[in-house]
Write a protein that binds this ligand. Structure first.
Ligand SMILES: Nc1ncnc2c1ncn2[C@@H]1O[C@H](COP(=O)(O)OP(=O)(O)O)[C@@H](O)[C@H]1O
Ligand SMILES: O=C(CO)[C@@H](O)[C@@H](O)COP(=O)(O)O
Length: 557
């Protein structure tokens, strides 16, 4: 079937780190008719549980509250629909995407354990957000044992799985709160849990199962391997995760009466299979064809790209067959901190005078710092930073690493540090692209989506550091548009994601071009970055690990 009724619309809902956004999209051409955002009341829970709990959360904890997710369905969806002036009857499908490896324990009927009164003050009963980085020890153990036993799946994850993924977080729950672990009938990605909320039945999508759930070649890690990690962990995959997998773009079910009442959509509307915020964006950015890398640049950056074949790229997050669209190998790599790192400086560390100046100009501190730094010659600040404030996802896969700024003097200005931080994230991306090229998976095109695409200064630095043109997605809410595209496919309006992407997605080609002189100048700085990267990240010095251990010991003493 092809796009037929010109008045049909679909809803896409993107669940981000701090908020959820719903967009109403015309099926025939992908036009975004209206959108609405709902901010999570509790945001990221990292110091204390909400309510009267006196439980103090350990460092690197990042939890969320499931009711905040439901509130997006109950607020953003009806608001977007009303703003579009669209009658609910015109909606033929709803699709969702979520931050990935945001994972929670539930009962057999999908009730989050943190909503059971007896578990309300137990941190491990809450959803662990993607950037919960407190399971590095567990990831280290998982990797060491997998290497020792020659587990074949390890190569699909570039040789290391991350502390962010489902297994490391699950093992942390077992070790630190075995009672919560035992009570968890299901251990489920929020991407699949929200679909359960919408259509009242559990489904598991191939994308999160593959990238975050170590599902490869039709199987999860075996019982033997899990038992060798910890005998109590033997049934983790079989008992708490295993479920038939659903292909992306397929229908997961139909909107339940309860979800219809919450969203204002008609009962029975098609609900698409869940998906990851980054991977779903490929449909909106028209980057589903092989070799087109998409960087979704926001709080963090996710790099996703399709290829015809599998190759082991050291330090990638993973390669999954059907992981972005059915029939192709989807690759993912990423940087755990990007906008977060810029925000660390802009929102917490600049002098009050900068805040006043930004207020007077009516711009954000980010934009003020960008403006002040934009005119500098490459290397004029004498700085090189390492972009590891939130650990390193690719290519080192180590969340015990931390940020570094080298070259500071008494003359260094805040905007110069800001520039060095932006450059460090661009160098991190270049390191990832080099790893893909060296592994025989060349990146032929580079497209940018996400909130950072609005900062022209950031984009120019990326074009110069990568020395290649950037294509930029047209939509300002590309993940939500991607979810809407998946909804259109699930509802039968298009035969597959590739066709729907061509009709409903869009990007401006060559939107930012590199400057040859600046690109050449960046080569010298990139060499310094690589020196520091390898020194602190590949065994030259274990100073950063020692500092992390000292911090953790001091805080838990
Ligand atoms: N003008 C700006 N320039 C650069 N970074 C920014 C700017 N404004 C906000 N940020 C950073 O962008 C990130 C938010 O990105 P966004 O794409 O909106 O969110 P998310 O990744 O959670 O979907 C924050 O980490 C913030 O510090
Ligand atoms: O982990 C993944 C993808 O694997 C992302 O969901 C995660 O980095 C969050 O992305 P955002 O920066 O909040 O858009």
């Amino acid at each position: 079937m092809s796009a037929n009724n010109s008045s049909d619309v679909v809803i896409g809902v993107d669940f981000g780190t701090l908020s959820g956004r719903a967009v109403v999209v015309r099926v025939s051409d992908g036009a975004e008719l209206a959108s609405a955002v709902h901010t999570f009341e509790h945001g990221v829970v990292s110091t204390a549980l909400p309510g009267a709990s006196s439980v103090v959360l350990p460092p690197d904890t990042a939890l969320q509250i499931p009711e905040d997710y439901r509130a997006v369905l109950g607020n953003a969806v009806p608001k977007a629909l009303a703003a579009a002036g669209v009658a609910p009857e015109r909606v033929i499908g709803i699709g969702t995407d979520f931050t990935a490896c945001t994972v929670l324990p539930t009962t057999a009927d999908g009730t989050p354990l943190c909503e059971l009164p007896e578990f309300a003050d137990r941190p491990h009963a809450y959803p662990k957000l993607w950037k919960h980085h407190a399971a590095q020890r567990e990831a280290d153990d998982i990797n060491a044992l997998a290497r020792e036993r020659g587990e074949s799946w390890l190569a699909r994850y570039g040789g290391r799985i991350s502390a962010e993924w489902e297994f490391a977080k699950g093992l942390q729950v077992l070790r630190e709160d075995p009672e919560v672990y035992a009570r968890a009938d299901r251990w489920i990605e929020a991407a699949d849990w929200i679909v359960w909320e919408l259509c009242g039945r559990e489904t598991r999508n191939v994308c999160t199962a593959g990238y975050k759930g170590i599902h490869q070649d039709g199987a999860w890690p075996g019982r033997d391997y899990l038992a060798a990690l910890d005998p109590r962990f033997a049934g983790f995959a079989e008992d708490k995760i295993a479920h038939p997998l659903s292909q992306l773009g397929a229908p997961a079910g139909r909107l339940s009466a309860r979800a219809a009442a919450r969203t204002g959509l008609p009962e029975g509307v098609t609900v698409a299979v869940g998906n990851v915020d980054a991977h779903v964006t490929a449909a909106a950015a028209q980057t589903v064809e092989p070799g087109r890398m998409l960087a979704v640049m926001g709080t963090s950056t996710c790099h996703v790209m399709n290829a015809e074949t599998f190759a082991e790229v050291p330090g990638m997050c993973g390669a999954v067959l059907d992981g972005i669209v059915p029939g192709l190998w989807g690759y993912e790599a990423g940087q755990s901190g990007v906008g977060d790192i810029f925000g660390w400086l802009a929102e917490g560390l600049v002098p009050a005078a900068y805040q006043r100046e930004a207020d007077d100009l009516g711009i954000s501190v980010h934009d003020l710092l960008s403006r002040k730094a934009a005119g500098q010659p490459v290397g004029g600040h004498g700085l090189v930073a390492l972009d590891w404030h939130s650990g390193n996802r690719s290519v080192l896969v180590d969340h015990h690493l931390s940020g570094v700024v080298a070259g500071l003097t008494l003359a260094t200005r805040p905007e110069e540090v800001y520039r060095a931080l932006v450059e460090s994230t661009a160098f991190g991306t270049r390191t990832i692209l080099d790893a893909f090229a060296a592994s025989g998976v060349p990146v032929t095109e580079f497209t940018v989506a996400g909130g950072l695409k609005r900062n022209a200064f950031v984009l120019q630095i990326y074009a110069d550091v990568l020395n290649r043109p950037l294509h930029v997605t047209d939509s300002d809410q590309a993940p939500a548009l991607g979810s809407a595209i998946h909804a259109a496919v699930a509802a039968g309006a298009y035969p597959d994601i590739r066709t729907a992407s061509a009709a409903m997605g869009g990007a401006t080609r060559d939107a930012v071009l590199p400057d040859p002189a600046r690109a050449a100048a960046y080569d010298a700085l990139f060499e310094v970055y690589t020196d520091l990267h390898d020194h602190f990240g590949r065994g030259g010095s274990d100073a950063l690990h020692r500092l992390r251990a000292i911090r953790n010991e001091s805080l838990t003493r």
